[in-house]
Design a protein around this ligand. Structure first.
Ligand code: ATP
Ligand code: MN
Length: 475
């Protein structure tokens, strides 16, 4: 039986078998108390092993990290701290754990990153990964309930949708002995796919093709970016959710994103209350070590509730620039990148100012200058800005990036020319604008950034089981 189910029962001496990993064992010669966890819940169950039932030699091997199977009966607990406990009749050691590297004490997250194969067994990481599952489920449920179709877009592709050039090339050419063409350049026609290919940076372009037939689709898959930014918010391999909706304009796109984010957070509150309470307490403890001015005003649970209950602030890029230009930190030259005016890119310090100081709410910025956004975003009447939107979250920064797509063939081609995007390679994308084009919009949500927000974890490496970052692909 799983501990999650057992803990919901009353102790009526019913016979139970349970298996799990030992968190701690303490006690005396006559009786041992084992905290056992099987991952089904944040809560461990207390197993009482009395010397009359369990041999001393065996009990000695029940150390932190070992795996055991217990036959016993469920009784109401005499001790405080738990309602029920297991009185063991027999215990079998399935796997001992000599020199187990995790002590029954608090380890730093950095230390545990080096032990990613074992960190699932800590309370913090088990809570994080149960929540990651719940969020995955919430994503599919949200879109399924709305009549969206999940589309699996390719992981291997010939395109760089973002045009940022941060791609991982893939090849099966012999790198020691590359085939060359007449010009002396590498001959990719001899490569596996007969052309240059890379890992996808976004499923959007393909999702658009789906939306222009199925109406509303979403992707949920791995995404790869070779950006050499060693930040706490960037991974080289991350998961992205990309809905794409025919007939939706930018405002409908924003409404969808706001509803979606609130739904996912609410779903976690309803389904993982205990994990969230644990992480809430964890965050409070972490924050108590900080200086007063560095502590957040809200606890984790308060912050989640706050996001669900409040409308996100919506403003245009031009408005945001005005606010930032006239802000205290800008005037006092506190920003690393000063804001001078239209065209300036918003860096994370500016995003944080808007969200955490100025509005104290999630902020949605729309209508960015065309120069700092991708080629596929719909041009506004002004010829200078595009129908883009970014959603900025407290502590996270950008969590969603989206836009209304340029559905007019001539305008799209114009932009591709200006931005040096190869039209020949994207002939199939352009054909959707030739054959039955229509208004459509979509966005990309970085899944790990949402998990960071929900769990309160501050480093993106701690919300994905095995993070891939520059110089690190272990495990
Ligand atoms: P950023 O400015 O934070 O690098 P971006 O503008 O490159 O983000 P988009 O191309 O709009 O991001 O991607 C959509 C979403 O994917 C982002 O809003 C973010 O949540 C997430 N994202 C982007 N890059 C990464 C990354 N390297 N690791 C994890 N999530 C990412
Ligand atoms: Mn980026």
């Amino acid at each position: 039986m799983k501990i999650k189910e057992i803990l919901q029962l009353e102790g009526n001496e019913q016979k139970i078998n349970l298996k799990g990993w030992v968190r701690t064992r303490r006690g005396s010669k006559h009786v041992s108390f084992i905290a056992l966890n099987d991952g089904s819940t944040i809560n461990s169950i207390q197993v009482v092993a009395e010397a009359i039932n369990c041999e001393e030699e065996l009990v000695k091997q029940i150390t932190t990290g070992s795996c055991i199977s217990v036959n016993g009966k469920l009784v109401s607990s005499k001790g405080s701290g738990q309602a029920v406990e297991i009185l063991a009749k027999t215990i079998e050691i399935l796997g001992s754990a000599d020199e187990y590297p995790l002590q029954p004490k608090k380890h730093s997250l950095e230390f545990l990153r080096g032990k990613a194969h074992l960190r699932f067994r800590t309370n913090t990481f088990s809570a994080v990964f149960r929540l990651r599952h719940t969020l995955t489920f919430a994503v599919h449920k949200f879109f399924n309930d709305k009549g969206f179709f999940n589309l699996h877009t390719p992981i291997i592709t010939g395109t760089d949708a973002e045009g940022a050039g941060e791609i991982f090339q893939i090849t099966n050419l012999d790198l020691e002995n590359l085939p060359k063409n007449e010009e002396g350049k590498i001959d990719f026609s001899a490569d596996f796919f007969g052309s240059k290919t890379n890992l996808t940076v976004s499923g959007q372009l393909e999702a658009e093709l789906g939306a222009l037939a199925l109406g509303q689709v979403y992707t949920f898959g791995p995404t790869f970016r070779a950006e050499n930014s060693n930040t706490s918010r960037h991974l080289s391999e991350f998961w992205m959710i990309e809905p794409e909706v025919a007939f939706a304009d930018l405002n409908e796109n924003i409404d969808l994103a706001e509803e979606f984010l609130k739904y996912c957070i609410q779903y976690c509150i309803e389904h993982n209350a205990e994990d969230l309470r644990f992480l809430d307490a964890r965050m409070e403890e972490e924050e108590s070590k900080l200086k007063k001015e560095e502590r957040s005003e809200m606890s984790l649970l308060e912050r989640l509730q706050f996001v669900i209950e409040n409308n996100f602030v919506r403003l245009t890029y031009r408005e945001a620039i005005d606010v930032l230009r006239n802000s205290k930190p800008n005037k006092k030259k506190k920003f690393q990148y000063p804001i001078n005016g239209f065209g300036d890119d918003l860096k994370s310090e500016h995003e944080r100012y808007l969200v955490e100081n100025k509005y104290k709410k999630p902020v949605i910025i729309t209508d960015y200058p065309k120069g700092i956004k991708a080629f596929y975003m719909r041009m506004n009447e002004d010829g200078e800005t595009v129908r883009a939107m970014d959603i900025l979250f407290p502590t996270i920064g950008e969590i969603v990036g989206g836009s209304q797509r340029e559905e007019r063939l001539d305008k799209l081609q114009e932009r591709m020319e200006e931005m040096d995007v190869c039209q020949k390679e994207l002939w199939w994308y352009l054909e959707t604008r030739k054959f039955g084009t229509c208004t459509h919009s979509g966005f990309g949500l970085g899944f790990e950034r949402l998990i960071m927000f929900v769990t309160g974890m501050k480093n993106i490496r701690d919300v994905i089981p095995f993070p891939r970052t520059p110089q690190n692909a272990e495990f």
